[in-house]
Design a protein around this ligand. Structure first.
Ligand code: COA
Length: 260
């Protein structure tokens, strides 16, 4: 499958999806949102893909937001459909069941920051700028920032970012807990691929259980979340990878996880 606005490439078990509209700083128009939805569904269904990297084309931007030219004249009904399409695509990334790393190479603004926030790990170049500038357009974020920012870094920071709309540096995003790591731009690829390679060697069912426990369980009441964790713990005990991981530890050798 080829896409008009995405590039997809595989390196062993790591699939990289690149939003490719560099002349528009990779802004998310409706077509790109649809393509991302399709590309992530394909990755979910492909057992050979164990880890995903999501990034933007060119040196300047991860994604500079939803495509302003497309929604500038939207009716309320069209705006609702646009918001729902973006939210559904991003929720499908967040609940993919395989780890997704956001490689934040430049501007991650508005819908771009929202796209990064639905990924499971965020690694940013020192030069990246993140923010939710929708207030400057007379709107609020519509692809989940009011909810995910609050969950990631708390109400005070979420309100400051959304109310004031000013971009922050990658270093500030690190301090707020929005990104996991910040590296010099020249080291971004190496750092992302190092993390991706480690995840690709890990037991896929255990990775999925962790993602489900944190993402789905994290929104449950504590007793429900703990019970869900116990259930997932029992499920991982049914895998050959659990026998392999524990045997490898006891035999003092590296584990070879096969996803079974
Ligand atoms: N939607 C549509 N087009 C966008 C865009 C967006 N979110 N962000 C950038 N672009 C386009 C610009 O219109 C421009 O297109 P043009 O060359 O056809 O005029 C091109 O991308 C390059 O952007 P430009 O603004 O010239 O680059 P810059 O270096 O001067 O500024 C930004 C970079 C990111 C600060 C600036 O583009 C910007 O503020 N973008 C909008 C950010 C935003 O509000 N995002 C939230 C949207 S909900």
């Amino acid at each position: 499958m080829s896409y008009a606005h995405l590039l997809v490439s595989d390196q062993d078990a790591v699939r990289t999806i690149t939003v490719h509209r560099p002349d528009k700083l990779n802004a998310l128009n409706h077509a790109t949102i649809g393509e991302l939805h399709h590309a992530f569904a394909a990755a979910r269904a492909d057992a050979a893909v164990r880890v995903l990297v999501l990034t933007g084309a060119g040196p300047k931007a991860f994604v500079a937001g939803a495509d302003i030219s497309e929604f500038a004249s939207a009716t309320p009904v069209q705006a609702r459909a646009f918001s729902e399409a973006g939210q559904q695509m991003m929720r499908s990334v967040e609940t993919l069941g395989k780890p997704v790393i956001a490689r934040i190479n430049g501007f991650a603004l508005g819908g771009g920051m929202e796209l990064a926030m639905c990924c499971h790990l965020r690694i940013a170049a020192e030069s990246a700028k993140l923010g939710t500038p929708e207030i400057n357009l007379g709107i609020l974020p519509g692809f989940g920032a009011t909810q995910r920012l609050t969950r990631l870094c708390g109400r005070a920071a979420a309100l400051e970012l959304c109310l004031l709309g000013a971009p922050i540096t990658a270093q500030r995003a690190l301090e707020l807990g929005i990104v996991n790591r910040v590296v010099p731009a020249a080291e971004l690829d190496a750092e992302v691929m190092k993390v991706a390679a480690q995840l690709a060697r890990s037991a896929p069912h255990a990775l999925r259980a962790i993602l489900d426990a944190v993402i789905l369980g994290g929104d449950m009441a504590l007793d429900q979340g703990l019970s869900y964790e116990t259930h997932l713990f029992a499920v991982t005990a049914s895998t050959a990878d659990m026998r392999e991981g524990t045997a490898a530890f006891l035999e003092k050798r590296p584990a070879q996880f096969r996803g079974t």
